[in-house]
Ligand binder design. Sequence first.
Ligand code: NAD
Length: 283
Amino acid sequence: MAQLLDGRIYSEEALAEVTEKVKALKKSGVTPGLAVILAGDDPASQTYVRNKGKACEKTGIYSRTIILPADVSQAELEKTIRELNDDPKIDGILVQLPLPRGLDEKRALACILPEKDADGFHVLNAGRLMLGQSGTLPCTPKGVLRMLRLAGVELDGKKAVVVGRSNIVGKPVAMMLLNENATVTICHSHTEDLKEVTKQADVLVVAVGKPGLITGDMVKPGAAVVDVGINRINGVLSGDVDFDSVEPVAGWISPVPGGVGLMTVAMLMDNVVTLATARAGKA
Ligand code: NAD
């Protein structure tokens, strides 16, 4: 039976740490602030943004949500970002993705000052990760690595397989595993024999968006399996991993819900505090 990589416990711990750091910052006259820009009315995005606001409230971080209409122009979106870049109350800026059709995500993200890039999606922070330099790390990959570390999963010299190669999860998580000295393989939609590869993995991270993609016969006995996928079927959440068949084979497994999603929000709070600390140090 696998040990649960319990996002509820790990995220509570992370949020408690953040709360302490926020208290210390406030004592020195600094209140960390996060601004979230939500364009359009996608229900999943609205839920994510609400959860981020709640986590700010819980940890004492000042938060502001800016809601823009789905038909907002690129110029207006970028103007909003620039105003936040100049706003002394704001340490971290997050543009909730995906943006409505017609808006250029790349250009919008490039407008965020790298020093206020709460999500770590700015090209400069992505480059720093690639080069092994310190910078803001993307929240979901950071949460995955935090979970593995807290559970005591060994990475150095181990075979890690990442399924999915998106810029926000697959690629950065692979890079972070590489930085921990794992031997990393990345699989994607063109991978020929997925099972052949996943069966080799001591650590398997799955970020695809296909419910039940990974089944027990695709997993090496004792492996650590981290399920990043979030799929909604008739309002019910599930991951990319078929929990029932994988759990008896794996050594560790993260559930959905109650896994990586909670870590993502906690790591966002952690990023905001780190950005606020850095800005306060410079001021
Ligand atoms: P994406 O659509 O950008 O990327 C999906 C990746 O999966 C692609 O690289 C594609 O090549 C690969 N893929 C598709 N079909 C495949 C197959 N049959 N075999 C192997 N690889 C395949 O998605 P994303 O933004 O990386 O998100 C992936 C999943 O993670 C989604 O379910 C998303 O909702 C979820 N997600 C969760 C969190 C969280 O906090 N838990 C955060 C971000 C994304």
